[in-house]
Design a protein. Structure first.
Length: 233
């Protein structure tokens, strides 16, 4: 075949596309298990961060299994239902009506106490934000929190993933006068109108801060019945 002809060029391009496409597909499939393992490990690390545990390199799975003694799924009535907590897509669930959501709960044993870790998911200025909030055994106050983002502005909204912000949530109450009220995020120097506990938002990151506040209200409120049961035990 004439290598200078258009036919040769077209056939060559088609063959190269097929070969390269097949190579990429094989590579992707061969790395799929490793990619999933890395994703799972990162999720475990984030869950543990909400209870102030930082696993050593290579010890994430071991520490997760050590501290997270049980995983469960509940409904908005606080009743346990069937399901795998770890595999639930919280982003999808957060967009459903509260009564239709499957709500993951991770039980952590630390320093002789049981902590309850709840995932949250919302929207920041430039993309999704998410995190985990750990609740004390009394069901009414926050033990710790971890937040992350996909693309918030460095030095501004991106500061939600730093401990100076997340540490503000420690010991904040979720109940006021026996009424469930998720912790609000407000501009420094201001207070929320409804009397709930609050933390200062990020200076210059107003929209991201509001996103965190809305995320907590949207994602923690469906756990109200579950937390009330813990509170009354």
């Amino acid at each position: 075949m004439n290598k200078q002809s258009n036919t040769y060029t077209v056939i060559y391009i088609i063959i190269m596309v097929i070969v390269v496409g097949a190579a990429l597909a094989i590579t992707s499939l061969s790395l799929q298990d490793k990619q999933q393992a890395n994703s799972d490990a990162d999720k475990m690390k984030q869950i543990l961060a909400s209870v102030h545990i930082t696993p050593a390199t290579g010890e994430i799975k071991a520490d997760f299994d050590r501290y997270i003694t049980r995983q469960m799924v509940i409904d908005s009535s606080g009743n346990e239902v069937q399901g795998d907590a770890f595999s639930i897509d919280v982003a999808t669930e957060s967009k459903k009506e509260a009564s239709l959501r499957r709500l993951p709960v991770y039980l952590c044993q630390k320093d002789g106490s049981t902590l309850y870790i709840l995932p949250v998911y919302g929207a920041g200025l430039w993309g999704p934000i998410w995190g985990y909030v750990s609740i004390n055994s009394n069901g009414s106050s926050i033990y710790g929190a971890y937040f992350a983002h996909q693309g918030e502005t460095p030095g501004l909204g991106a500061e939600i993933d730093k401990t100076p912000f997340s540490d503000q949530f420690i010991n904040k109450s979720l109940f006021k006068d026996n009424t469930f009220k998720p912790v609000a995020v407000v501009k420094a120097g201001q207070k929320p109108l409804n009397g709930e506990d609050y933390v200062d938002g990020i200076s210059g990151g107003t929209i991201t801060s509001k996103g965190v506040s809305d995320m907590l209200a949207n994602c923690l409120t469906p756990y109200k019945a579950f937390l009330e049961k813990l509170k009354n035990e």
